[in-house]
Design a protein around this ligand. Sequence first.
Ligand code: EPU
Length: 338
Amino acid sequence: MQIQKDFSLRHYNTFGLEATADYYAEAQSVQELTEILQDPVWKSAPKFILGGGSNVLFTKNVDALVIHPEIQGIHKIKEDELNVWLKVGAGEIWHNFVMYCVEKNYGGAENLALIPGTVGAAPMQNIGAYGAEIKDIIESVEAVEIETGDVRIFSKAECNFGYRESIFKKEAKNQYIITGATLILSKNPVLNVGYGDVQRTLQEMNATEPSVKYVSEAIMKIRRSKLPDPAVIGNAGSFFKNPEIPVKQFELLKDVFPGVPGYPVNDEKTKVPAGWLIEQAGWKGFREGNIGVHEKQALVLVNYGGGTGSEIKLLSERIQDSVEAKFGIRLNAEVNFV
Ligand code: EPU
């Protein structure tokens, strides 16, 4: 495996931020990964695992060996009358995998169309959109332990998925490199079109008999209409998580701000759209120098080109402070700071 020194990560993060990796290596297979992890030269070196770079904010150079899993392949490993089990390499582009499923009319991934990033990074933060999350179709995740180079299979239960959370962001943080995932797709798709925007868009498209293909097209249409394309404007999708607050606090908030939207999570918690809070705090469309808040989706911070990670971090803190001052809610970042 080729190891490059002083490697620019500019084209390896969707914010398009300049950051240099001390060392950089692409692993094409599990075996290559194991080899480098067990190599005495690299064993004690600090390591940083970079997937599609779509959920990371580089605020400084990376003084580590950056490993980029490039493991490819979509393999059918099992099939019955109802479902098909696909083992997918961590280096596959997530959206390409979704398109593969749509093409074959396999259901389950279509609501997650156009989410940037790789298959390996997707379980890490349990990617989700329009009423679906990757956890709904995951059977297991394959990973290599950084310390030993051993391969381990995590069952869905062991992944401990939550809202934009998994064991890989918590208890097992920085301990494993995800090398692949086994996903269960349906051969008799049950479409998930409960989300208002999706229903409206399907109607606009005159999709009287919605299919996996139509739903994926509706999702792509919605995303393209409000989320900036990272190839054009640097961004990492939602910068913050939508906060979940106690129902009581939500009711008090509603007394003061009758327009506040909220979605029940359970009997105790209500989820409030961070985009609404940020917009109401006056940040939507804000621009300072080369960075700002997207004009169509206040939850997305953007780099118009030439901005730095530190500037974006500072802006995110100003937003957190002002939202907290106005609504008494502290937003938490979804993006990982480096
Ligand atoms: N809203 C505003 N102003 C804004 C943005 C949103 O008022 O500028 C309000 C609107 O009332 C809207 C509500 O917020 O009805 C929800 O907005 P939207 O449907 O755009 O979704 P979101 O809650 O902002 C979440 C995910 C997205 C995912 C969409 C669709 C998180 C942190 N974000 O965003 O995921 O695509 O739902 O399901 O949960 C991502 O994680 O990177 C991401 C893009």
